[in-house]
Write a protein that binds this ligand. Structure first.
Ligand SMILES: C[S@@+](CC[C@H](N)C(=O)[O-])C[C@H]1O[C@@H](n2cnc3c(N)ncnc32)[C@H](O)[C@@H]1O
Length: 298
């Protein structure tokens, strides 16, 4: 029994679940991982590979419990709060909600009825909320070249493609995950053009107008973060990063025992990134989360 529990708490998926359910305090656990918190969850990568290679698994991958440990787990309450923010910031996104519902048409999304909006998944609402923040922070100065670090299945890109005008989007993630992105995105007709790249494959010629990374850059170990700063973040005029590490009270600030070092602290990020400000994550999805923004109009 003791062995069973010791193994259970080595599984990042279980630790995440236990923190969420408040069985354990986030401060008492660090997650083990090879090259990121989600990469350390081998069940997640297995689910990704299965979805990419098996038609039946692809048709329902958004409901796979192993996949849900990392993605597609936005709550109903979070979605209700997000809808109010979107209505305030960018009512046109609500008027055009049918353009965004398309994200639920592939992968077996769990849709819920929202008053006046019909059936839509809380995760699609979350991606709409990020699009709404980006429109209201950067107005019409978003630029033509957007890069996203840690793209999930490409849902944030699909929503942005429908919500704002830009030409090029670079998706950056693990190799296996990028294959799923391609399979997912090729199910749609897009307005913009995309490329995909791992950190190692990105060419040195790249400069970006906007970098986005939600719960992804902040979950990487320090050495990878430093390379992402060097190759991507420092080459981007604007930034929008939802963070769950870096501040003293953030859940992943302690990193993982397998890593040589902790993720970058906010004081270190201040030295390395273009001059940024911190804003609240709204709605707050976990205590200690925050958003880093630079190059906006405020
Ligand atoms: C918690 S998920 C967030 C996904 C997406 N941004 C969202 O909000 O739905 C973390 C993402 O980081 C990705 N990731 C893991 N290791 C990475 C790496 N070394 N480089 C880029 N992305 C990575 C995962 O595959 C996953 O897509």
């Amino acid at each position: 029994m003791k062995y069973f529990f010791s193994q259970l708490f080595k599984d990042p998926a279980y630790v995440r679940y236990a923190i969420k359910k408040k069985f354990i305090s986030p401060k008492s656990y660090s997650l083990e991982s090879a090259s990121s918190i989600s990469d350390g969850n081998h069940y997640y990568l297995q689910a990704v590979i299965k979805a990419t290679n098996n038609r039946k698994a692809f048709s329902n991958f958004k409901r796979d419990p192993a996949y849900n440990e990392i993605l597609e787990h936005a709550s109903h309450e979070e979605a209700l709060a997000s809808i109010e923010i979107i209505k305030n910031q960018t009512p046109e996104l609500i008027t055009n909600i049918n353009d965004f519902r398309i994200n639920d048409s592939v992968g077996g999304a769990r849709c819920v009825e929202f008053d006046g909006l019909g059936m839509i998944s809380p995760s699609t609402i979350r991606y709409m909320k990020v699009a709404s923040d980006i429109i209201s922070l950067f107005q019409n100065r978003i630029g033509e070249n957007i890069v996203e670090i840690g793209t999930g299945y490409g849902g944030q890109y699909l929503i942005l493609d429908r919500a704002i005008n830009f030409s090029n989007y670079t998706l950056m993630d693990l190799n296996e995950v990028l294959e799923l992105n391609v399979k997912y995105l090729e199910s749609f007709v897009l307005n913009s053009y995309y490329k995909y790249s791992t950190l190692n494959q990105l060419g040195s010629e790249h400069n970006f107008d906007l970098v986005i990374s939600n719960f992804a850059f902040s979950e990487l170990p320090r050495d990878l973060q430093i390379k992402y700063v060097e190759k991507v973040l420092s080459k981007s005029k604007r930034g929008y990063l939802v963070m769950n590490s870096g501040n003293d009270n953030s859940v992943f600030t302690k990193g993982s025992p397998r890593w040589n070092d902790k993720p970058l602290h906010i004081k270190e990020l201040e030295e390395m990134l273009p001059k940024f400000r911190q804003i609240e994550e709204n709605p707050l999805t976990f205590p200690g989360n925050y958003v880093i923004v630079w190059g906006d109009d405020k």
